[in-house]
Design a protein around this ligand. Structure first.
Ligand SMILES: Cc1ncc(C[n+]2csc(CCOP(=O)(O)OP(=O)(O)O)c2C)c(N)n1
Length: 1011
């Protein structure tokens, strides 16, 4: 009955797919839709339409062409003549282009019409003298705030910018000077307090740059005026502790506890914490003059400068989309809900390539977050290196210009100017949903840290700094002089803050930090410390069939490339029909599709992932007539589960063909992964080894983020791996490096909190389960997969649908399925990944093949001790255990796996190595050499079998029982838990052992001690 229903459903699904393909063939190109995949709001890329310039009011300007040239020169070059340096060391320049005479204009020229020359709201009358016009342009473009926007291609954007800033002077900004004053007092106060109490602590203080606190506060204020109640900020080290406590609500007592050497986590927390200058957190702020609470997350970041930039950008994108989803905001445009802010140092911003990478992708579909506001905290020095040596360019911010990003330069001397810069930046961001940079010029009062002596290297600069009042003090005096504040009021603010600091210092000795708050969606998963749970990941076979068919169903009117039809669609349908021969790409599609059906999202990102590096995936079809992009899995009919009460709506597959970049992209994906646990986040390297361009992100975020910061992430790194003639730099995903990141203890004790999974699966079904397991458990953990290349099309590397069916799950160790008599096995080959298929082929043709078991370790970290033990114990007569790998000995999994395997072997057995010797390059770049090496290593793996098999007979004659070695005791305990199982002979030292000759192993029957 069931079988009949199943086959009827299969037939129906198949017919539907065929119908849709026939429909495609019939449809004339005329009916085809425009390409909308990349900019639909469901992927958060619904941006406002490209700006168009308004009508040109140039009638009068044409009459005054010289005057227009002058006005435009101010827009382009005004910044060169502006007053940006609070130290006064950088002098305002004389700029030829800003001289009226350059355009033949003289002081006594007649009155000019200002229409079409400057923005109407400049405050200039309709006609004005040259002197008045120049004065207005000077005050707009050449004072303590100036701009660079003339490099932007769009005339509409340039015109918007000049109109906005030319009108701003006339706008009465909301009076917030008391708020600015309070923040400056706090910012200065905490530095002075810490300098007095803990003078030997390196805090990388904010003195000299306090106005950044005002700037950030004003950004949030301005954002709130646009309805932005969420902020995701990434900060640099400079003044971080100051900014966190004075502005972002980080508990003062916890900060003091940390400064005094304590942890930012509760006492028994498993998290190890981070440096003082990398603290992070989530808080809800109540900001004066803002009538809604603001949710702020300071994203966790590593000390590696600027690596937090793309992380924050990714996080804010995921949060923005998440909020829109939660609010069922169908008209959501990216950036509607979240204000992303990124604070940088001047040397870091200009020096670190990841900044350019991040800016370069900021405007791309699938990476857009609605615009990040970048603040360059430009204290004009990096460590001991002056600005003149940190960059070739004039400004620290210059790198932003290549990405069409406008720059607002502002002198940090006057916090009111900083606030003004914030207003412009937020207005721009809201108008165009693009990044913008504020270059805030400040200084650094002390050394790089408080223990450094800055005058060793910058004596003149530091004489100037010592001679000037602090920025907060100077501002206070100005406010008092202007009658906006009394001395008593200023003193009251100071005293109140001093009391708070004293109390926090006292309290820091006994305070107990709370577990860090988690982004909202994470509360649906297990809390830290909860028991990890995970179950079977198999899926009903009919459902898989249905998903598989739909994964290649082209949309109406879409003409698929005939070769895709022939080599991808038809074979997939045929294999699904047969229920076997399922290849990797199909298994992957089944994993994706089943997760989507269950309400998870999937984001697949990397270079050319839509088609797949090896032209295997075709997750997106491109219409051959219109180039319309179509992702079949996003058009699946809902499954039965969708009808269940409370079922989540079907998820979406976001296929992200990224720009040619690894570091910032991995950072971005990590940021998204830490925000949204219900989207499977995958980054695929074009070839496995290209991951190492993003090594910092993998070391310091993906692999260690949970340990340091208590923030989980389930990022999957798919790294094509395998020695198949691709050359030294296309062959290895450097498994050894990922294994080195694993916290799996070599001691053999199970790790309660593994930090990453590293897998090298050999079948599509295993890959399917690995992907599904990521989402189907109550926690999230990174997964690094050494992925297939040649295996993608290897007929023997396929699976049946039933291997993905109900009750099935990922197997960390795959026993040899061909062994009928385990006691006949003399040699156990242990292998991970692709080499299995070479060995298996040789073994199947070898006359003594029945005496060799090939055991696959599919998951290397955490190391599957128990599973391996259970497999090995069957091979009671095996005396020869060989690790076989195609990587050189100084690479691959050998160094990691060998000691862990050794613990599972009989006491006198020693794991042998067969593989390439140590080598500097991954492998030979000469195809013939590489192929010969590969053949040789397989041959080596089968050497000496004859002698071993002879041992089988001798070994069965005499078996002695030795005293258990300490390393073997836990195995015996393991045995004791299963009293009815006979102790296998292989666990006792056989009377047979190996003898090693120079450089080569020889196998012979020997007595113990004869080695
Ligand atoms: C990738 C990286 N390289 C080097 C360092 C060491 N380092 C820490 S701060 C710093 C100077 C940073 O200067 P800048 O970006 O101008 O920030 P500032 O300290 O002046 O605020 C350096 C070189 C680092 N943390 N990360």
């Amino acid at each position: 009955m069931l079988a009949a229903r199943t086959s009827a459903r299969r037939a129906a699904a198949h017919r539907a797919a065929q119908r849709s393909q026939r429909a495609v063939a019939r449809l004339p190109a005329l009916f085809l839709l425009a390409n909308s995949y990349h900019d639909t709001h469901e992927y958060g890329c619904h941006s406002p339409p490209a700006p168009k310039p308004g009508p040109y009011e140039g009638g009068a300007a044409q009459a005054n062409a010289s005057l227009l040239l002058l006005a435009n020169a101010y827009r382009r070059y005004g910044h060169l003549s502006s007053n940006l340096d609070p130290l006064g060391l950088r002098k305002q320049e004389h700029v030829e282009e800003l001289a009226a005479g350059t355009y033949g204009l003289t002081e006594d020229s007649a009155e000019f019409s200002t229409k079409g020359i400057v923005a109407p709201a400049t405050g200039l009358p309709p006609t004005a003298s040259l002197r008045e016009i120049i004065a207005a342009l000077q005050s707009i473009y050449c004072e303590k705030i100036s701009y660079e926007f003339e490099h932007i291609e769009s005339l509409a954007v340039r015109r918007w910018f000049s109109d906005y800033v030319e009108s701003l002077k006339q706008q009465a900004l909301p009076e917030r000077s008391r708020r600015h004053h309070e923040l400056l007092v706090k910012s200065e106060g905490i530095e002075q307090f810490l300098q007095k109490k803990l003078p030997s602590t390196k805090r990388y203080g904010l003195e000299g740059s306090e106005s950044v606190v005002v700037l950030l506060d004003q950004l949030m204020y301005e954002g709130a005026q646009h309805g932005l109640a969420d902020v995701v900020a990434s900060l640099s080290h400079r003044g971080r502790i100051n900014i966190l406590t004075t502005l972002f609500g980080y508990p003062l007592d916890v900060a003091m506890r940390k400064i005094r050497g304590g942890s930012e986590f509760p006492d028994k927390s498993p998290h190890t914490g981070d440096m003082l200058v990398d603290l992070s957190g989530i808080s809800t702020l109540s900001i004066p003059d803002v009538d809604m609470p603001i949710e702020v997350e300071i994203a966790a970041n590593a000390c590696h400068l600027e690596t937090g930039t793309p992380v924050g950008m990714g996080k804010s994108r995921a949060r923005d989309i998440g909020i829109a989803r939660a609010k069922s905001n169908d008209r959501h445009a990216i950036g509607d809900h979240v204000l992303p802010i990124s604070v940088h140092g001047d040397s870091g911003f200009s020096g670190q390539g990841i900044v350019a990478e991040s800016l370069g992708m900021s405007g791309l579909a699938h990476f857009n977050n609605g615009g990040t506001i970048h603040v360059v905290l430009n204290n004009q020095i990096g460590y001991t290196t002056p600005a003149s040596h940190t960059r070739t360019t004039r400004y620290a911010s210059d790198i932003a210009k290549f990405a069409n990003v406008p720059v607002i330069h502002v002198n940090g001397e006057d916090p009111e100017d900083a606030a003004r810069a914030a207003r412009i930046a937020v207005a721009y961001r809201q108008e165009f949903r693009r990044d913008v940079v504020i270059d805030l010029w400040t200084f650094r009062k002390r050394g790089h840290n408080e223990l450094d002596e800055p005058s060793f290297t910058q004596p003149a600069m530091y004489r100037t700094i010592a001679a000037r009042p602090s920025i907060p003090a100077a501002y206070e005096e100005r406010l008092i002089a202007a009658g906006k504040l009394t001395r008593d009021e200023a003193e009251a603010v100071r005293c109140q803050w001093a009391r708070a600091l004293d109390a926090a210092f006292e309290g820091s000795a006994s305070c107990s930090p709370a577990e860090p708050r988690r982004p909202h969606a994470w509360s649906l998963l297990g809390a830290p410390g909860d028991r990890p749970t995970e179950g079977a990941t198999g899926v009903d076979v009919d459902t898989l069939f249905d998903i598989g068919v739909q994964s290649v169903a082209a949309g109406e009117g879409l003409r698929v490339h005939p070769r895709i039809e022939r080599f991808h669609i038809r074979p997939r349908l045929k294999r699904l029909e047969e229920g076997r021969g399922i290849d990797w790409a199909t298994a992957e599609a089944l994993a994706f599709g089943s997760l989507l059906r269950e309400g998870h999202g999937v984001r697949l990102c990397g270079q050319d992932v839509g088609r797949g590096t090896f032209s295997q995936r075709h997750a997106m079809f491109v219409c051959q007539d219109t180039e319309r992009v179509y992702v079949p899995l996003n058009h699946m009919a809902p499954g039965d589960g969708a009808r269940r009460p409370g079922a989540r709506p079907q998820g979406k597959l976001e296929v992200v063909n990224s720009n040619l970049c690894e570091e910032a992209v991995v950072g971005f994906e990590y940021g998204m992964a830490t925000e949204d646990p219900f989207t499977l986040p995958i980054w695929e390297a074009q070839f496995g080894d290209f991951f190492n361009n993003s090594q910092t992100l993998i070391d310091a975020y993906v692999a260690s983020g949970e340990t340091k910061w208590g923030r989980q992430n389930g990022l999957v790194l798919l790294l094509p791996h395998g020695f198949d003639g691709g050359g030294p730099d296309h062959s290895s995903s450097r498994i050894e490096r990922h294994l080195q990141l694993s916290n799996d203890p070599a001691s053999g004790h199970a790790q309660t909190m593994p930090n990453i999974h590293v897998a090298y699966p050999t079948t599509p079904a295993q890959f399917f389960h690995l992907l599904r397991r990521q989402q189907k458990r109550n926690f999230r953990r990174p997964l690094i997969v050494a992925g297939p290349k040649t295996l993608l099309r290897l007929a023997s590397a396929t699976s049946s649908l039933s291997e993905m069916g109900p009750g099935t799950r990922f197997q960390p160790v795959l026993d040899d399925p061909t062994i009928h008599d385990p006691l006949a096995v003399k040699r156990v080959m242990l292998v991970s990944g692709k080499a299995y298929y070479d060995l298996e082929k040789t073994r199947s043709e070898h006359p003594l093949g029945a005496h060799v078991a090939i055991v696959r370790i599919e998951e290397l970290a955490p190391f599957p001790r128990g599973e391996l033990y259970s497999v090995l114990e069957q091979y009671a007569n095996a005396t020869d255990f060989v690790w076989v790998q195609e990587e050189p000995r100084n690479a691959g999994a050998y160094a990691f796996a060998a000691p862990r395997i050794q613990q599972q072997l009989p006491p006198h057995a020693e794991l042998r190595y067969v593989g390439r010797p140590e080598h500097a390059a991954v492998c030979s770049g000469v195809d013939a050499h590489q192929a010969a090496e590969q053949a040789q290593l397989v041959q080596n793996a089968f050497e000496g079998l004859r002698g071993l098999v002879a041992d089988l007979v001798i070994g069965s004659i005499s078996i002695q029982k030795p005293a258990p070695s300490p390393s073997h005791q836990h195995k015996q305990q393991h045995q004791q838990q299963k009293p009815d199982k006979p102790i296998p002979a292989a666990l006792h030292p056989a009377s047979v052992s190996h003898r090693w000759a120079a450089g080569r192993s020889i196998y012979a029957a020997t007595q113990p001690g004869d080695r």
